[in-house]
Design a protein around this ligand. Structure first.
Ligand code: PLP
Length: 438
């Protein structure tokens, strides 16, 4: 058995001073104990007890280039020599904005923010200011951050649940105690990947709907790809009915391709939100999109604030990330795809070997592994039939074998993961599946 004594002691001490002992609610779900990290390098991370793990948590997604990527750390060190934040403009902001408009097909202009949650808040505000309508359509099982006006129907098995997210009368429940029910009054919650439900709702309430917000791939609930034509229908209807289409690319932006999921799928939403991979582990996010909308910030109609927005540490990390990802015409994405496919196919073979029913949905370097008797997981209803508790137990077993994964089944792969890590991971998984009960 691995020794996790120091993590346990730290966690106990932490709970005395830091509410809950963790800095983000999801982290408390980790079994057998929320780990305390010592250092990360490339695809590996070590904890305070001296254990080393191959890391597929990757900071919940930002570390697309692995831990301590030299290009990113060098760029941050260089920026640090001049200071951290100025409250004045610096050239890194518009250089980054220019790079973003070059990379993201829908981006004519860009606004920089600090987190995915803030980017989503701004995108919703821009939409409402643009067309003067109020309602927002969002989908069961998607996650768009934890702001009061959007936090609902997030079925994470690694977080406490409030209310039922699939209530039959479609009542919308706050995601947490303390959240205003009224803040959710303008939300219309729909099943995703259901073209008929989308068309019916948009045609019926389009005169009241400011925006439709959607993850382009339902990464937060099963890594489910859009059905052919679904996002295209969303684009067509929103255009026709004067509704702003927002793709929340906080996970998929820069992870699926340099142009995000919308670049990969050949779509042009009105706005996208990006975060996570953009900063390579430093807090930064962006809203990008059509000039007509973005100009509402530019001309002062819509307020966008934030003391640390566009600070030079964050922009230097993002610029380094984009230039690393742009190398050799984006060849890095082929490598990421190959690594992920090799891993996923290996896991599928192991599930068959151990006679364990499971499904893995993959979208480039992110995939969701589920224990389920379903033949396919293509929507939120089938996703909810997975055995989440069994997976959490399995994640703890993998940790014991030296592989760090998120306890809800979502795996991230980085450019730093190579054949050696995949081989080691598959051997570890073989052992972990052997000891999995039931
Ligand atoms: N949108 C999506 C799709 C996300 O997955 C997340 C976070 O996981 C967010 C928004 C919120 O981002 P942040 O945690 O940076 O506030």
């Amino acid at each position: 058995m691995k020794t996790l004594d120091k993590s346990r002691v730290n966690y106990a001490e932490s709970q005395a001073f830091l509410a809950g002992g963790v800095s983000s609610s999801l982290r408390s779900a980790m079994k057998p104990v929320p780990l305390f990290a010592a250092a990360g390098s490339g695809p590996r991370i070590s904890d305070v007890d001296g254990n080393e793990y191959i890391d597929y948590l990757l900071g919940y997604g930002p570390l697309l280039l692995g831990h301590s990527n030299p290009a990113i750390t060098d760029s941050i060190h260089a920026a640090l020599k001049c200071g951290t934040t100025f409250g004045l403009q610096h050239t890194g902001e518009f250089e980054l904005a220019r790079r973003l408009t070059e990379a993201l097909p829908c981006a004519e202009q860009v606004v920089l923010s600090g987190s995915g949650t803030e980017a989503v808040m701004l995108a919703l505000r821009l939409a409402r200011a643009y067309n003067g309508k109020r309602k927002i359509v969002r989908f069961h099982g998607h996650y768009h951050g934890w702001a009061d006006s959007i936090f609902t129907s997030f079925p994470s098995s690694d977080m406490r649940q409030f209310g039922s997210v699939l209530d039959s009368d479609n009542q919308i429940f706050p995601g947490t105690e303390g959240q205003s029910q009224q803040a959710l009054e303008d939300i219309l919650l729909l099943p995703w990947n259901d073209s008929a439900a989308l068309e019916e709702t948009l045609r019926r309430y389009g005169h009241e709907i400011a925006a439709v917000i959607s993850e382009p791939v339902m990464c937060n609930s099963g890594c489910i790809l859009p059905k052919p034509g679904y996002l295209e229908l969303m684009r067509k209807l929103t255009e026709e009915l004067d509704i702003v289409m927002i793709l929340d690319e906080v996970i998929t932006g820069f992870r699926l391709s340099l142009g995000g999921a919308h670049g990969k799928f050949g779509l042009k939403p009105d706005l996208v939100t990006i975060g996570k991979a953009l900063g390579g582990g430093i807090a930064i996010s962006a809203v990008a999109g059509r000039k007509e909308l973005m100009e509402l910030v530019g001309n002062g109609t819509v307020s966008h604030l934030g003391t640390l927005n566009g600070n030079c540490i964050a922009t230097s990390a993002a610029l380094a990330t984009i230039s690393e990802l742009s190398k050799a015409g984006g060849a890095v994405y082929e490598q990421l795809e190959q690594t992920a496919v090799r891993l996923v196919e290996g896991i599928r073979r192991l599930l068959v070997k151990h006679g364990i029913a499971g499904i893995i949905n993959q979208a480039g370097p992110v995939f969701h592994m589920m224990f389920t008797d379903e033949l396919k997981v293509e929507d939120f209803a089938s996703f909810n039939k997975r055995d989440a508790a069994r997976y959490t137990e399995f994640a703890a077993g993998l940790l014991e074998e030296g592989v760090l994964v998120r306890s809800n089944g979502l795996w991230y792969v980085s450019t730093a993961h190579g054949d050696q890590e995949i081989d080691e991971t598959l051997s570890a998984m073989d052992r972990a599946l052997n000891t999995l009960r039931g």
